[in-house]
Design a binder for this molecule. Sequence first.
Ligand code: ATP
Ligand code: HSE
Length: 331
Amino acid sequence: MAVYTDVAADELADFLKQYDLGELLSYKGIAEGVENTNFLLHTSQGGKQASFILTLYEKRVAKNDLPFFLALMTHLAEHGINCPLPVKGRDGEALRELSGRPAAIITFLEGMWPRKPNVTHCAGVGAALAKMHLAGANFAVRRANALSVSGWRPLFDAASHRADEVQPGLRTFLAAELDHLSSGIWPTDLPEGVIHADLFNDNVFFLGDQLSGIIDFTFACNDMLAYDVAICLNAWCFEPDHSFNVTKARAFLNAYGRLRKLSEAEEAALPLLARGAAIRFLLTRLVDWLNVPPGALVKPKDPLEYVRKLRFHQSVRSVRDYGLMPSGLVA
Ligand SMILES: Nc1ncnc2c1ncn2[C@@H]1O[C@H](COP(=O)(O)OP(=O)(O)OP(=O)(O)O)[C@@H](O)[C@H]1O
Ligand SMILES: N[C@@H](CCO)C(=O)O
């Protein structure tokens, strides 16, 4: 996360009076991330210290969607997924307002996100993603994916006139890819469920090589489960020089498939879904790159990383290129 909205100490102390979290010892803004404002809080109660995360929801989050995210975290935690839990105030409410923004406190998760993901991390993520998909199966609340195909064109329109400032030719490249993906080829009949939709390495915590939990459900929604797999292929299976690491992909896909087997149709759609996932993050990054709010504590993420990833997916012919032997074929 980042810090877009400042919170004064007395304002926060007043805010915390609505909770049973004890006395505020300290708080600080978290510079990581790009979407929302986050603070790490330390409180003390009866001589015991505790840590929490306070989130102020910013630009891309619709207020009406917040109950979905908070209920989802509770549901997943109740179904064996280690994720933060929303903290309720004395009035039983987890969602309220602070500094003019919707705000919630969530529990602190131990662990570190991996700066240099290895094959073991990728396998851990595959298993965690499959567990999350299975755990979300009976979650009754629904939220459409605002950042699927129909959400990409408005992002393009907002940024395309300046795209060539970031890389010459980028506008034409994006326009052609968008036309292709919105030409009626996007799958509509693959298995759906609750997806995380942003399971990047900074949203997955590990203790050593052991996955300890997942965070940041502010893009979670109902969509194709295989689309979440495609997002992770983008986020976890490329090297810092943006070359694709098929060993990581194989480890990730095999670990996922051991818990939730991809159907033949899902496997066949994976290259297309990976292209869609790449353009989704390319576009949000491009918009953010060109629109850093003055004074915000945030480091925008590089959109061009996703141009290279997208070019790779454009060259993929089947899941074999992702390290998987297609179902139905004998190895
Ligand atoms: N429940 C938590 N427990 C511990 N640390 C947390 C927790 N939630 C957030 N953090 C810390 O805050 C950072 C940013 O959080 P988060 O990824 O939710 O922000 P964001 O702005 O939504 O980021 P992104 O750019 O990934 O969308 C995390 O990388 C982590 O260091
Ligand atoms: N995980 C995203 C940021 C949040 O949407 C990215 O790396 O672009």
